[in-house]
Design a protein around this ligand. Structure first.
Ligand code: NAD
Length: 304
């Protein structure tokens, strides 16, 4: 089985460096026409330069592929609309969106300004929503779309000093869950990548030998699978150094309290049962939780 992207058009945000560059090169090498988007910002999101995206476009063209650069700030609706219009005018469609652009403004929560919190949420969450929203009508019309959001272990599990980044990255899961449900009938599949890679974002945080193993090219195969014709949907794929794993959210069976037990003390006393992982399950949409609780409550009260 070979995965190809011939006649597919992809937008890769933050495609001028690190992981985005690797994803853009990987897509183009397998036949996709690629919009390499990059604001050319520094790691903290300041500054701008068109040259990062241009360089990657040159690399793609030199290898015989098709690409165009676009310097849109992903959190700017007008600039994003212009990028999507250009992709459509040039190539007629947008099949794949890789939301990858990102910045860091790390500080412990007490020292973090709300401006730094907002900026990080703006680029990661609002940026991903803005680019995806601009492509959504096109994908529905085409009855085809493959979307990847980029999360992080910081968002899924927490990391000291990254309240802004962790919150924005956890939000990818929420966005994915809803877009997965809304996109299914139009053949739009939505997944999340949680990478760990040696890039300028992490080069000062890890030792040399770890950085050597964690090259972005070890992650791109996972991304290519997530945006392929036969892609799954609603998967959170962890990736780094050739290792891949899936993150899932489970809910325990829990306990239903009634009468005297339905007090704060009752919850405290039952907490072992409430949190017991035996029989835990993955719920597939919000209402499944309400149904489960209502069913259990009716049973506990002998109504069923
Ligand atoms: P990077 O800094 O090398 O690349 C990010 C790119 O995004 C840069 O080229 C930057 O110019 C661009 N960018 C920043 N703000 C932008 C904006 N508003 N609009 C358009 N482009 C913008 O970082 P990277 O390590 O390759 O990170 C890529 C993604 O992966 C990010 O979302 C990051 O949070 C995520 N991630 C990275 C790691 C890691 O270990 N490197 C771990 C978890 C998640």
């Amino acid at each position: 089985m070979s995965i190809r992207f011939d006649n597919r058009v992809a937008i890769v945000t933050g495609g001028g460096a690190g992981l985005g560059r690797s994803h853009a090169l990987g897509l183009a090498a397998r036949g996709a026409k690629v919009v390499v988007n990059d604001l050319g910002a520094s790691v903290d999101g300041s500054g701008a330069s068109e040259s990062a995206a241009e360089r990657v476009v040159e690399e793609i063209r030199a290898a015989g592929g098709e690409a165009m650069a676009h310097g849109a700030d992903v959190s700017n609706e007008e600039q994003v609309a212009d990028m999507v219009a250009r992709a459509r005018d040039t190539w007629g469609r947008v099949d794949i969106v890789v939301n990858n652009a990102g910045i860091l403004r790390d500080k412990s929560f007490g020292k973090m300004t709300m401006a730094d919190f907002r900026k990080v949420v703006d680029v990661h969450l609002i940026g991903s929503a803005t680019v995806t929203h601009a492509c959504w009508p096109l994908m529905r019309e085409q009855q085809y779309g493959r979307i990847v959001l980029t999360s992080s272990s910081s968002g899924l599990y927490g990391n000291f000093g990254q309240a802004n980044y962790g919150a924005a990255k956890a939000a990818m899961m929420g966005l994915m869950n809803v877009l997965h449900l809304e996109g299914a009938r139009d053949n739009i599949r939505v997944n999340t990548l949680a990478p760990t890679a040696a890039t300028r974002m992490t080069e000062s945080l890890m030792p040399e030998d770890a950085l050597a193993l964690l090259q972005p090219e070890t992650i791109t195969p996972g991304l290519l699978y997530l945006v392929s014709e036969d892609a799954p949907s609603r998967v959170i794929l962890g990736a780094g150094a050739g290792a891949f794993a899936v993150t899932k959210v489970y809910e325990t069976l829990g306990a239903t309290l009634t009468g005297e037990e339905l007090t704060a003390e009752g919850v405290a006393a039952a907490f072992g049962r409430i949190s017991d992982p035996e029989g835990q399950e993955e719920l597939t949409q919000a209402f499944a939780q309400t149904q489960k609780y209502a069913r259990n409550a009716a049973e506990a009260r002998g109504l069923k």
